[in-house]
Ligand binder design. Structure first.
Ligand SMILES: [Zn+2]
Length: 170
């Protein structure tokens, strides 16, 4: 609830998520039309407007394509399902698979979510040195849903506009 509203370009391409208040202003000023209503109703002296859940801009906006998803702690946790990559326990911290002290990079391909215990045990070692295995090599998240949502959980009303299926042959 109150998680925001999905904004679509005039071409129906998902652009971003804004507050429902911002989305309502876009609709009231005719900059956007409501495509899907939310559950709540905004009331003012003159108007009673269902809170928008999805709006479409009336004029096309050109958006610079953002190819890379920002490498934030929350984004890493979200990619890894809030679970430790080594023991599947709750994630509490970020681990560099090849430790930074040994030249490991701070990149999507070298960071995983980890619990404090595994992170501490691992120290300056590699998973191979400990006999640990990662379920899959870490990769940068891809797809329009990640660009638009980041770590945000999607509203079920948005799934028609965002391709949230797992990529094939991941
Ligand atoms: Zn762990």
């Amino acid at each position: 609830m109150g998680s925001g509203a999905l904004v679509l370009n005039a071409t129906y391409e998902p652009l971003c998520v804004v507050s429902v208040r911002r989305a309502a202003v876009l609709v009231l000023t005719a900059k956007a039309v409501c495509v899907a209503d939310g559950d709540e109703v905004l009331r003012s002296a003159r108007n009673s407007l269902p809170v928008p859940s999805v709006v479409r801009l009336t004029r096309f906006v050109r958006v610079p394509f953002r190819a890379h998803v920002g490498l934030s702690r929350r984004a890493i946790f979200a990619r890894d399902g809030w679970r430790c990559a080594y023991c599947r326990g709750p994630a509490e911290t970020i681990d560099h698979v090849l430790p930074r002290s040994r030249g490991g990079r701070h990149s999507w391909e070298n960071v995983v979510a980890a619990c404090a215990r595994c992170n501490h045990t691992k120290g300056d070692k590699t998973p191979a040195e400990l006999g640990w295995r990662l379920p899959a090599p870490p990769v940068a998240p891809k797809g329009i849903a990640w660009r638009v949502l980041g770590h945000r959980p999607p509203d079920p009303r948005w799934v028609d506009w965002l391709d949230l299926r797992e990529p094939e042959a991941a």
